[in-house]
Design a protein around this ligand. Structure first.
Ligand SMILES: [Zn+2]
Length: 131
């Protein structure tokens, strides 16, 4: 087999040996894999934290209400809500799109307010837009 002149993805050094050899040695292979794992793990953990925080905020705002309430968007912002993070969406019969963070969700009512809901046993019960 021809000698390889590839670069090691862990240390940037030249990889000597068989053509299919990717790293200098076991050490570099481990370093590279651990680093990749950490970056992925960090990214996923960060998103999960945002989702859980969003969920907590919706839960807190819905406290003392049966299963829905209206709230001004600035209130959510001021509590640290990040609108770009949600777990799933639900579109009701009227074509209105709810964003969920686990079992809590919201519907944008207008530029200033949201309707906050909690997951219902029957999805049919999500209310139509109420102004
Ligand atoms: Zn190396």
């Amino acid at each position: 087999m021809p000698e390889s002149t590839k670069k090691c993805p862990a240390c940037g050094g030249e990889v000597r040996g068989r053509a299919d050899k990717k790293y200098c040695d076991e050490y570099c292979r481990n370093v590279f894999h651990n680093q990749q794992y950490c970056e992925t793990h960090e990214y996923v953990r960060n998103i999960n934290q945002n989702l859980r925080k969003n969920r907590k905020i919706l839960e807190r705002l819905l406290l003392n209400h049966r299963f829905m309430t209206r709230a001004p968007q600035y209130r959510l912002f001021s509590m640290g809500f990040r609108f770009q993070y949600f777990t799933h969406t639900y579109t009701n019969r009227n074509g209105q799109l709810y964003y969920f963070c686990y079992e809590y969700g919201y519907l944008l009512l207008d530029k200033e307010r949201v309707l906050i809901v909690k997951k219902q046993p029957s999805a049919e019960k999500y209310p139509a837009l109420i102004r």
